[in-house]
Ligand binder design. Structure first.
Ligand code: F6P
Length: 515
């Protein structure tokens, strides 16, 4: 497809500014391009300082993008004309943003401070004060966590869930594993593959394990099959009178189904329908986080996300990290015609972050009809993939540097590592700087064209001072809001996921036919 072909179509509301952006983009790509990343830096030596934005201990360096202040001004106008301000308010105040399922998307409420003495007003959904409901679930989680640590009946936790009921807690437990309670092992079982089941089951003792079934619907085939297979093991090993229920918790919106399975009422944690799966780690889906890292660290994670929420809700678009990341993403996708996004944490502890963002982004915004149900002809979310630095350098970076496709990258780095060994960390960070510079500058080699690097390839740098529970909470929330902002501008519903349904249905049919 030719450059800017996708920019020819646009969301109706922002038509005028969309056209201006498409025109403006001609200065950066195609035959009449006037600017390159290098020329932008050469003409403004302060660019590397001027285009860095921050929110608490996280900064976002946007300088290595093909943008000027004029580009940003047009993008801010795009956000204004899309009604972003009102939509952000709607997100926080319970507007029905998930129109196809007639629900608000209130993950921000899960991390806001609505303790009895906080000044936050009550929020009612379908006649229920959701702040009171959240307080109740938090209290239940806290009490259960304290009892769990006090009684020490279990040495292993097995979290059974998939997609949004798996990635979030898994990401947090892995990223902050240095804070895990001693003597406790946490496993994540998501795949229906019997080998995955065996891998987990062969590492634990049933008697010493607590199983958490996390499923909003309590019907997801993988999760329910795995849960029933665990139950069958208990019954076959300990007899039908064994109290297997005490080994199970359920996090679900379908309490009766959990009861029918045999989970005791006190161990059923509510997952309300106004929390989308991929936004649910802040809810009781975070139970394995609280059990593994302690309730205090779970609270700190929520606090960090709440700080990013406050930043998103009240900071002017010109300094707003989520809005800036979203707008630059839209510029790259819709106007420069780049169809990918590569997420690259240079932090071993964030190894699962690309997988998590892949679901968050592609399940939210991989859509092709607008809020009115009409087919849209402009591009929505890019293909999101990623890997961990420096390992990815030795696998797919060849493509990033020399393929014909230009893929904008999000590099994520941490200032202070946990462990200090020699100059490991300096070398790690030097690789971030080296790679972003190589993508930007390239190197021309006329005599040996296979050594030619075209350069002019954009990247973002997201910098965390330290990877604390607060910082991780804020980082995830910043990305959530980035994705929401893009959904608003594309005029799509970021909170449903009907694209996953057809395959599930046909697999059920195939299973019947196989039988
Ligand atoms: O198949 C996709 C999906 O619906 C995700 O959106 C969700 O996070 C996951 O399945 C798990 O769903 P549940 O929590 O209902 O088991």
């Amino acid at each position: 497809m030719s450059n800017n072909a996708l920019a020819l179509k646009h969301p109706v509301k922002s038509a005028a500014v969309w056209e201006k952006l498409a025109h403006h983009a001609k200065q950066f790509s195609g035959d009449h391009a006037q600017y390159t990343l290098q020329s932008l830096f050469a003409s403004n030596p302060n660019r590397g300082r001027e285009m860095v934005f921050s929110c608490d201990n996280i900064s976002f360096d946007a300088s290595k993008n093909l943008i000027t202040q004029d580009t940003l001004d047009l993008l801010f106008a795009l956000a204004e004309s899309s009604g972003l301000k009102e939509k952000i308010e709607g997100l926080f105040t319970g507007e029905i943003l998930n129109t196809t399922e007639n629900r608000p998307a209130l993950h921000t409420a899960l991390r806001s401070d609505h303790s009895q003495n906080s000044s936050t007003k009550a929020l009612t959904v379908n006649g229920t004060d959701i702040f009171a409901a959240i307080r109740e679930t938090r209290a239940q989680m806290k009490a259960f966590t304290e009892k769990f640590h006090h009684e020490k009946q279990f040495t292993d936790i097995v979290h059974i869930g998939i997609g949004g009921s798996d990635f979030g807690p898994q990401l947090v437990c892995r990223s902050l594993s240095h804070l895990a309670k001693a003597g406790l092992k946490t496993h994540f079982l998501s795949n229906i593959d019997p080998d995955a089941f065996h891998e987990v089951i062969s590492r634990i003792s049933l008697e010493k394990s607590l199983f958490i079934i996390a499923s909003k619907s309590f019907t997801t085939q993988e999760t329910i099959t795995n849960a029933h297979s665990v139950k069958a093991l208990f019954l076959s090993q300990f007899g039908k009178d064994y109290d297997f229920g005490r080994h199970f918790c359920a996090v679900t919106g379908k309490h009766q189904a959990a009861r029918d399975f045999g989970v005791p009422d006190t161990q059923i944690f509510d997952l309300p329908d106004w929390v989308g799966g991929r936004f649910s780690l802040w809810s009781a889906v975070g139970l394995p986080i609280a059990l593994t890292l302690g309730y205090k660290n779970f609270s700190a994670l929520l606090e960090g996300a709440a700080q990013a929420d406050a930043h998103f809700r009240s900071t002017d678009f010109t300094q707003n990290l989520s809005v800036l990341m979203a707008l630059i993403g839209i510029w790259n996708r819709n106007f420069l015609d780049y169809s990918g996004l590569c997420v690259l944490p240079y932090a071993h502890r964030l190894a699962l972050f690309p997988n998590f963002i892949q679901q968050l982004d592609m399940e939210s915004n991989g859509k092709s009809v607008d809020l009115e149900g009409k087919a849209i002809e402009y591009a929505t979310t890019p293909l999101v993939f990623g890997g961990i630095g420096t390992l990815a350098q030795h696998t797919f970076f060849q493509f990033l540097h020399q393929s014909q496709d230009i893929v904008p990258c999000d590099f994520i780095a941490i200032g202070e590592p946990l462990a200090q060994y020699g100059d490991h960390h300096e070398k790690l960070i030097a690789n971030v700087l080296g790679q972003t510079k190589a993508l930007m500058e390239g190197r021309i080699n006329i005599s040996e064209t296979h050594k030619n690097f075209s350069g002019n390839r954009p990247s973002n740098l997201i910098w965390l001072d330290q990877l604390t529970p607060q910082a991780l909470g804020a980082l995830i929330a910043i990305y959530e809001h980035k994705i929401f902002t893009q959904g608003v501008i594309w005029n799509i519903n970021s909170f449903d996921q009907f694209g996953v349904e057809l395959g599930k249905e046909l697999a059920t049919e195939a299973l019947k036919n196989m039988a």
